[in-house]
Ligand binder design. Structure first.
Ligand SMILES: *Cc1c(COP(=O)(O)O)cnc(C)c1O
Length: 493
């Protein structure tokens, strides 16, 4: 015990009072900002502060509340959310119907007994079986995306008795040991290598390399349990594959006896203009992983869903894979309400319509700045991205937008590309605000670039990923203080 219990009790009391407060006076605001900065420095990780400092104009934008498509900092500044919590807020912030479901459930029972049958888990599993493509039928509920991927990988190993996986360069699947093996960014993997699973990585959207790798694995006896892919690379820079890619992946998986696991943690729940992104190509996966928006932006929730054929391996001993909190009544209430809201408010159509509109506007806005400043606007539905000539420029534009009270963020692979993933509930006037702010920021950045030319960063070839690693240390040194983490792994086409 480093501090007397009485003092700790007082600290908890002060925090509880804060939670109970609706508004803060000026002194309380200042205190809260100072406390947060100090606590992050001393007890969370000071790295986060330098990482965020350059992004917020006044050093400490401490968040306080959110609603609809915006969130508000302690100082009362309201930001339009074009980051969507990396894909959490498909239904907007604190959607009243999802809140109501969770509060009603909370008022009756929060967590389950672990022994009696919990009804909401049953209802949610049946709803998902009806909603998901193909013969996906049985669901296992988790607390996060990485757990969904872990579980799917385990069941693939169990069902195929194989141990090798294939994932994509640019893919992101989480950071616990199993899912990290499939995640592709070297900086995240290297410190943990040799403890990771046997995962081969192939360039995304390249069917020939996938086929050769499947063949080579079969040839050498490293038969592939599953091919694990995001339908659209999210953290890899919003890379949409060609329309014939996934149908071909499906055929190859079947040919080589490998399962197809689609990681829809970010693309799922209506984000791309279909409930599940893989439906764009009429492909039936063997396993589908969800997370992020699955809990409606209210609670952490995830799941993986598979065919009856796969689940049979769990029937005899359901305890082969378990979790204490996964599928708890609060999370299930949130997920059921989320699906209700997505369907009732036609958020899937909305993602498609507003996405097409926003994308065409983005394309028009960047046009005068191509190719010197901006490279591309792309995406599907409301999973969109802007790509700039280099990380410096992408960061400058993102920072400029933040000053205009619009939040966007880079992708984990790539700072020169930042995502635009607003809630699917984003309104027309909010889109207009984003576009006019972007117009102003691009103008400023281009003037600034003309006045003071940025020292050119190493040019990264987009087709030979292995070469990119060599320019990484130089780049990372130069940009180490940036908000957006990146890897020089450029987009692969
Ligand atoms: C975010 C993400 C994950 C990991 O989810 P966590 O909840 O952060 O563990 C996995 N896969 C994809 C595609 C993601 O975008």
């Amino acid at each position: 015990m480093k501090t007397p219990n009485g003092e700790v009790l007082q600290q908890t009391q002060r925090a509880l009072e804060l939670i109970g407060k609706k508004d803060l006076n000026d002194d309380e605001k200042k205190q809260l900002i100072d406390d947060t900065v100090k606590n992050f420095t001393d007890y969370v990780n000071p790295g986060f502060l330098s990482y965020r400092k350059s992004f917020s104009p006044d050093y400490a934008a401490v968040e306080w509340s959110d609603s609809g498509n915006t969130f508000t900092c302690v100082k009362g500044l309201e930001y339009i959310d074009c980051l969507g919590g990396y894909g959490i807020y498909n239904c907007g912030h604190r959607h009243p119907k999802i809140m109501e479901a969770v509060i009603n459930q909370l008022n009756r029972q929060a967590l389950h007994s672990q022994e009696l049958l919990d009804p909401l888990r049953g209802y949610l599993a049946k709803i998902l079986a009806d909603l998901t493509p193909g013969s996906l039928k049985y669901a296992f509920f988790t607390n996060s995306g990485t757990e969904s991927v872990e579980g799917a990988m385990k069941i693939a190993m169990l069902a195929t008795q194989r141990r090798t996986f294939i994932a994509a360069c640019g893919g992101f699947h989480g950071k616990s040991l199993g899912s990290l093996s499939a995640t592709s960014k070297a900086a995240f993997r290297k410190p943990f290598l040799s403890s990771l699973h046997n995962v081969r990585h192939v360039p995304f959207n390249d069917i020939d390399v996938l086929e050769k790798t499947l063949w080579a694995c079969q040839f050498t006896g490293d038969d592939v349990a599953a091919v694990l892919l995001e339908p659209i690379l999210g953290e890899g820079g919003i890379i949409v594959p060609s329309d014939d890619y996934f149908p071909a992946v499906r055929r190859l998986c079947t040919k080589y006896g490998a399962l197809l696991i689609v990681d829809e943690v970010q693309t799922g729940m209506g984000r791309t203009g279909k409930m599940f992104c893989i439906e764009h190509w009429g492909v039936e996966p063997d396993l589908l992983c969800l997370g992020k928006a699955f809990g409606g932006g209210i609670l952490p929730a995830g799941c993986f869903i598979g065919t009856e054929k796969l689940w049979q391996h769990l029937f005899a001993n359901p305890f082969l894979h378990t979790t204490t909190f996964g599928g708890n009544p609060l999370a299930c209430a949130a997920a059921i309400a989320t699906i209700n809201v997505i369907l009732e408010e036609k958020l899937i159509d909305r993602a498609r319509i507003m996405g097409d509109l926003l994308l065409s506007k983005l394309k028009a806005v960047i046009k005068p700045y191509q190719p010197d400043l901006a490279v591309d606007a792309r995406g599907k539905g409301l999973m969109l991205a802007l790509e700039f000539i280099d990380s410096d420029t992408g960061f400058k534009v993102a920072k400029g937008l933040f000053k205009e009270k619009i939040l966007v963020a880079g992708t984990l692979q790539n700072a020169k590309t930042f995502r635009i993933e607003p809630p699917l509930t984003i309104k027309m006037d909010e889109i207009e605000k984003v576009i006019s702010a972007l117009e102003r920021v691009l103008k400023d950045v281009s003037i600034e670039m003309k006045q003071k030319p940025v020292p050119s960063l190493p040019v990264v070839p987009s087709t030979i990923p292995s070469i990119m690693e060599s320019s990484k240390p130089a780049l990372e040194g130069k940009l180490s203080n940036m908000t957006i983490q990146f890897n020089v792994l450029s987009r692969q086409l």
